[in-house]
Write a protein that binds this ligand. Structure first.
Ligand SMILES: [Zn+2]
Length: 88
């Protein structure tokens, strides 16, 4: 599988993480194992919390994602309206 390196940031400009995304579809979920680097440690910690946990931007406090359990693995579902995706 081919991977694309992408960067996830909040709309306020605050950088969240660098990621290795597979496939060509829209980026909807963050899987911990695909993260190359977390710029924001709060996001990294919140991703390991229980299902339903909202993850907020450390800078502007807007909601960036929500923790979901996908077959026993925790993932963060991205709040599309609040993030900006750039090249990693
Ligand atoms: Zn923000």
């Amino acid at each position: 599988m081919r991977f694309k390196k992408l960067e996830l940031a909040c709309r306020c400009g605050y950088k969240i993480l660098k990621y290795k995304k597979g496939g060509t579809g829209r980026w909807i979920k963050v899987h911990d194992k695909r993260v190359i680097e977390y710029y924001d440690e709060v996001f990294a910690m919140d991703m390991k919390k229980e299902t339903g946990t909202d993850i907020y931007c450390s800078n502007c406090q807007k909601r960036l994602a929500q923790v979901q359990n996908l077959g026993g693995k925790f993932i963060a579902k991205i709040n599309q309206g609040q993030v900006v995706v750039g090249k990693g």
